[in-house]
Ligand binder design. Structure first.
Ligand SMILES: Nc1nc2c(c(=O)[nH]1)N[C@H]1C(S)=C(S)[C@@H](COP(=O)(O)O)O[C@H]1N2
Ligand SMILES: [Mo]
Length: 326
């Protein structure tokens, strides 16, 4: 997101770690290649996925999850190195870029998720417990960032509807608010008081229970790397990427439309609905095209990011003053 606050610390794209460094490190970790240069490069950076020092991941048994072939995309899957080395996670670097090293400060266990607000009975559940109560699957989805880069990736996880069912919301609940952790030790950037931490997003209950709404706990057949928002993050592929809140600690059911991190930060540029629409320009750039990660080629952006057939009916009959596409 390009909000114009003085940003001396912003890295230009050219300063990102070369992909070759990641490739070499991965090869080394897999025992396929070694040699003094590769070893040095590998030692200099934390790993893209599990850090060597982390304890064994108790959720490893769920991956790879069985792919659900109902979710098909007529695009090539983005190569893993490109997707995992170009991320947006302001808690670790307030600009999109290579945040893998910074994101290793995220501690994903123990991890508790709170279910609060207008539900039958609020509760807290450990992340690993939660996984035993849902149906894990893999889905290939498009992802379109409001800043015009895009990717197509296999997410592992479960339908958000499963979590809504576990929560037993009251009939009076109209919205689901989702909140990222707020911890200055785990994310020193959260000391920057001018951002409205914690990162918050929201959906209507109709959106949250739509077939496409997904909670991702992994990507490319592995548990979620930290830079992608471990251990669980939202995926709503018909909306701009900023809706896809990472590292969630709370699901709050409410009758009030939640005010989001980006609405608070840039109310004229980022809204609640944020549905993808190539015909509605961002105030500072066109949304007509996008650049799939891993290349310089541009391709046309599609209404609802290609999911119009499934989701357009959610918005039929909305009042004309609702800004559905920002
Ligand atoms: N907590 C949190 N969630 C976040 C963000 C963030 O800065 N903080 N960035 C969002 C944006 S703008 C995008 S495009 C996606 C990027 O997801 P990825 O890094 O896994 O590709 O995460 C979204 N979720
Ligand atoms: Mo984004």
């Amino acid at each position: 997101m390009l909000i114009k606050i003085p940003q001396g610390w912003e890295l230009p794209e050219s300063a990102a770690t070369p992909e070759s460094v990641f490739r070499n490190r991965r090869a080394l970790l897999k025992g396929l290649a070694a040699g003094p240069f590769v070893a040095a490069a590998a030692a200099a950076l934390p790993s893209a996925g599990a850090l060597a020092a982390d304890p064994p991941d108790p959720s490893a048994k769920y991956y790879p999850a069985k792919r659900n072939e109902a979710y098909k995309v007529d695009r090539d899957i983005t190569n893993e190195v490109s997707a995992s080395s170009w991320n947006n996670f302001y808690e670790y670097m307030p600009a999109a870029g290579n945040i893998t090293a910074q994101a290793q400060q995220l501690k994903v266990r123990p991890w508790e998720v709170k279910i609060t607000g207008m539900v039958d009975k609020p509760f807290t559940i450990g992340f690993d417990d939660l996984l035993t109560k849902v149906q894990m699957e893999e889905r290939v989805y498009r992802h379109r960032c409001v800043e015009t880069w895009s990717m197509t990736v296999p997410w592992s996880g479960f339908a958000l509807k499963h979590l809504v069912d576990l929560a037993k919301p009251l009939g009076s609940a109209k919205y689901l608010k989702m909140v990222t952790f707020n911890d200055k030790d785990m994310a020193p950037v959260q000391r920057q008081f001018w951002w409205p931490w914690p990162y918050t997003e929201g959906l209507t209950i109709q959106e949250a229970t739509h077939d496409l709404a997904f909670i991702a706990t992994g990507i490319y057949g592995q548990p979620m790397p930290k830079q992608h928002g471990a251990p669980l993050r939202l995926v709503v592929p018909w909306k701009y990427g900023f809706k896809a809140v990472k590292s969630i600690v709370e699901f709050n059911f409410t009758d009030q439309r939640p005010t989001t991190f980006w609405e608070t930060t840039g109310p004229r540029e980022y809204g609640f609905w944020a549905n993808v629409n190539p015909a509605v320009a961002h105030p500072r750039w066109s949304q007509a095209e996008e650049r799939p990660l891993g290349g310089n080629r541009k391709v046309p952006t599609l209404i609802y990011n290609g999911y119009g057939e499934q989701v357009a009916s959610l918005y039929a009959g909305m009042p004309a003053n609702e800004k559905l596409f920002m």
